[in-house]
Design a protein around this ligand. Sequence first.
Ligand SMILES: [Zn+2]
Length: 116
Amino acid sequence: MPFCPKCEYEYKDSVKVCPECKVDLIDEMVQDTSETEYIELYMVSNRMEADVVISLLTEHNVGCLIRDLRLFPVLPDFGRRARLRVAVPKSQAQEALKLLKEAVEDGALTEQGRFL
Ligand SMILES: [Zn+2]
């Protein structure tokens, strides 16, 4: 899926420009992340919360992608607002999970996201 080079959010194929940053999306295939297997770990419902997660993970050298699910049908058990999924490289999933759980306990994450 294409993603924004500025905020690193990932979008559906039909999206060409990041609605937040107004910059052209980059095809994921041009990046070496194409060899990395990402798994979805956590879900939040707004960008501010997602940004907290991104800074937390990158601070600890854990790569991450945010998948924006707004253009997909929302299943009932996702909750009414939840729509952004945090994906991390499979090799770093354990570390990312630990960091996120600590952040939730510390109250660094202002909203209760969902672990997937
Ligand atoms: Zn963007």
